[in-house]
Design a protein around this ligand. Structure first.
Ligand code: SAM
Ligand code: DTB
Ligand code: SF4
Length: 349
């Protein structure tokens, strides 16, 4: 029986998964992964910061918050042609999704046409489009959808009860509101969080509980390991045990079986062996390319060599998209467009 899409996870159930012996947890997560995906395929996204730094928010992890002295210079919104050139390069290097990030609390209405033009141009190259621009009004979300946006990234970042320890300039509810506007506009959601910020295991379970109990499972779930940047309040936080990171990936896979679980920030500092464990635990997406937004990522050669060593393949576009849409209303057990596992769509037979 394929695992059901549940939206009623209790914190204790998720914690009990975290508490399993690692080998047992890996086995369970790998089994769920195979019900829905070909475990040799990894979706590849490339990020570009289209507007860097100078952000008025105070997220304790972020090098782009204006108030911290991190050496990140604030820039204006990039020119559309320059963005398209970067997107072409990402496509040539093998990416299937291009994600444009802006260090905004929320976009101004006058920014939307400029971003819409970028989205339309990237879409026309045959790439999936994603944007992360901060909080959106319903109208802004609709305008981005009309421009051809496929995904909107907006993270819950941590458990509700830990959020106020990390961010003071907005509330958890603000994030939930934007996610609702994004879903209502018909956009797919990319929503995850960060671990290694000094949260407890129960709070890591709490983040996954909040994500899995959203009205629809996020289509992509980026799991970031904190990249400590000097000048941010969270620099100097005790490093998370790498096996705990693997557990986080595994529990995310079990709780959100049909979502793309993305090994996100923090990969540059991970060994190939740790990344292999994460793929075994059900991660099936990465950010690809030398840079995330302002910090480093493994270079393309290292990732290509890793894929060869592990026998992994970039997920073709037609396996990434239609079969993992937002059709996960509470109570549903399968996506509207899937009734049987379909080997032709990238899932294991
Ligand atoms: N300003 C928008 C927002 O906050 O929604 C979009 C860009 S913001 C940089 C996107 C995400 O990057 C954050 O939600 C956070 O999860 C992640 N992030 C930022 N700084 C990070 C760091 N130092 N380590 C890991 N993840 C980080
Ligand atoms: C996400 O969850 N991780 C990405 C993406 N969404 C936008 C961003 C990671 C940023 C890491 C710090 C930096 O490079 O500035
Ligand atoms: Fe601004 Fe986003 Fe960084 Fe927070 S995470 S400071 S909102 S760019």
């Amino acid at each position: 029986m394929p695992s059901e899409l549940r939206h009623d996870w209790r914190r204790e159930e998720l914690l009990a998964l975290f508490d399993l012996p690692l080998t047992e947890l890996l086995f369970r997560a790998a089994s769920v992964h195979r019900e829905h995906f070909d475990p040799a395929e990894v979706q590849v996204s490339t990020l570009l910061s289209v507007k860097t730094g100078g952000c008025p928010e105070d997220c304790g992890y972020c090098p782009q918050a204006q108030r911290y002295h991190t050496g990140v210079d604030a820039t204006k919104l990039m020119d559309g042609a320059a963005v398209l050139e970067k997107a072409r390069q990402a496509k040539a290097a093998g990416a299937s999704r291009f994600c444009m990030g802006a260090a905004w609390r929320s976009p101004k209405d006058r920014d939307i046409p400029k971003v819409a033009e970028m989205i339309a141009g990237v879409k026309a190259l045959g790439l999936e489009t994603c944007a992360t621009l901060g909080m959106l009004s319903p109208g802004q979300a609709g305008a981005l959808k009309d421009a051809g946006l496929d995904y909107y990234n907006h993270n819950l970042d941590t458990a509700p009860e830990f959020y106020g320890d990390v961010i003071h300039t907005r509330q958890y509810q603000d994030r939930l509101d934007t996610l609702e506007h994004v879903r209502e506009a018909g956009l797919k959601t990319c929503c995850g969080g960060i671990v290694g910020m000094g949260e407890t295991r129960a709070q890591r379970a709490g983040l996954l509980q909040a994500l899995a109990n959203l009205p629809a499972h996020p289509d992509s779930v980026p799991i970031n390991r904190l990249v400590q940047v000097a000048g941010t309040p969270l620099a100097g936080t005790a490093e998370l045990d790498p096996f705990e990171f693997v557990r986080m990936i595994a529990v995310a896979r079990i709780a959100m079986p049909r979502s793309m679980v993305r090994l996100s920030a923090g990969r540059e500092a991970m060994s190939d062996e740790l990344q292999a464990l994460c793929f075994a635990a059900g991660a099936n997406s990465i950010f690809y390319g030398e840079k995330l937004l302002t910090t480093g990522n493994p270079d393309v050669e290292r990732d290509q060599a890793l894929f060869v060593r592990l026998g992994l393949r970039p997920m073709p576009l037609d396996h990434c998209d239609t079969h993992h849409g937002t059709a996960t209303p509470a109570g549903a057990t399968v996506h509207a467009d899937i009734t049987e596992p379909a080997p032709a769509c990238g899932r294991a037979a």
